[in-house]
Design a binder for this molecule. Structure first.
Ligand SMILES: [Zn+2]
Length: 379
């Protein structure tokens, strides 16, 4: 097992060292070839309210980690929403586009190529082909528009990141950022659920950090974001504006959102531990188990857990067939006999749980008792 070397951080948003610990835990994650031990300490800046992780893993090891990570083969965001916002701001800026991150984005980039003469991508995962490896490789003032979709929450020095991409934008150039939204963690803590997320931005803290790095915020919103748990911000290259003014409301509200989100995560983690125990105990007795729903909850359930032969993953979406590398996902209609024989069901969505139980009753002619299944979700 690999353990990261950790580095302490001050607040990257306002520079303050007045930091308050909110929660801490350890978790193991699996990459293609290693198991890593994460020690996560979530903190908040008492001055500006920026929530983040400190200490954070060093960049060299993080590069190795992401370079060796599993990739989802499926597009799990709305391409239409991304394209629609880009088109809104592309007028007069349609010669060059840079996607920062660019993981799993070929369908999006193909659509984008209808609008831009030149499209570049950047991705630290070695299995992706891309033009550039880091911002320093891109000529200064050469890019009209850039996007960073769900990247900034992974960056241990977000201010340096924003500054370095400002350099490569043309004057008036646009950077579109999407990130998990701290304000909705109490309802949807997907953003705090992943140990790899080292920043927990709200629109307010992103706007403040962006201003201090030389961007003005043109638009910020939730519905335009390509994933449900995030928000989207449109930033334009502008003059640098620094502020050291404290923001007590952002601190109080950010803290409440972090703590309430963390409570849901702890609850879900406990339920996952007992679900894994059920899978293993059924496995010892040679009894089949159905895991229903190939989604991010399933990904976390199976993270660092070798799925035994008695468990079958099912999803009604044919596109989820190759959701995980190394684990096959089957359609329920192709697994009727397993559904009939299964001793226990793990349903990875509360929203569709009743519908799934009804589907089983109708198609597999089996009426599930409450003791025969559990539902995993963050609420
Ligand atoms: Zn701060």
């Amino acid at each position: 097992m690999k353990s990261f070397k950790f580095e302490k951080r001050d607040c990257d948003c306002c520079g303050s060292r007045n930091i308050e610990e909110l929660s801490s835990y350890s978790v193991k994650t699996r990459t293609l070839s290693e198991i890593y031990l994460w020690k996560v300490r979530n903190v908040i800046c008492r001055s500006c309210g920026f929530a983040f992780v400190s200490p954070v893993p060093g960049n060299d090891m993080l590069k190795q980690y992401y370079g060796d990570s599993f990739e989802l083969s499926q597009v799990n965001y709305s391409i239409e929403k991304r394209i629609s916002l880009i088109r809104k701001y592309m007028e007069g800026r349609n010669s060059s586009f840079l996607e920062i991150g660019g993981n799993n984005s070929s369908a999006f980039l193909k659509e984008l190529s209808k609008y831009f003469r030149k499209i570049c991508t950047m991705e630290i995962n070695q299995s992706c082909t891309s033009v550039f490896r880091n911002a320093g490789d891109v000529p200064a003032s050469s890019i009209d528009m850039a996007s960073a979709y769900f990247v900034l929450e992974h960056i241990t020095r977000p201010k340096d990141f924003l500054l370095s991409y400002r350099k490569i934008l043309k004057d008036g150039g646009i950077l579109i950022v999407e990130i998990p939204n701290l304000y909705i963690y109490p309802q949807n803590p997907a953003g705090i659920f992943q140990c790899e997320h080292v920043n927990h931005f709200s629109p307010v803290t992103l706007c403040r950090m962006a201003a201090s790095c030389g961007y003005e915020m043109l638009e910020v919103g939730q519905n335009g974001c390509s994933r449900a748990f995030g928000f989207v911000a449109v930033l334009r290259k502008a003059a640098i504006r620094k502020s050291s003014k404290p923001d007590p409301v952002e601190y109080m509200f950010g803290k409440a959102c972090m703590l309430e989100g963390y409570e849901s995560v702890i609850r879900l983690e406990k339920n996952m531990i007992s679900a894994r125990k059920s899978i293993l105990s059924m496995s010892k007795k040679g009894r089949p188990v159905i895991i229903w729903g190939a989604n991010w909850i399933c990904l976390r359930l199976l993270n660092n857990f070798r799925i035994p032969d008695n468990a079958v993953v099912i999803d009604r979406d044919l596109k989820k067939k190759d959701y995980f590398s190394g684990i096959s996902v089957r359609l329920p209609e192709d697994a009727i006999s397993q559904i009939r024989k299964s001793s226990f069901f793990i349903i990875n969505t509360r929203y569709y749980a009743d519908e799934i139980v009804s589907w089983i009753a109708k198609h597999a002619k089996r009426k599930l008792q409450k003791s025969e299944y559990c539902v995993l979700d963050y609420y």
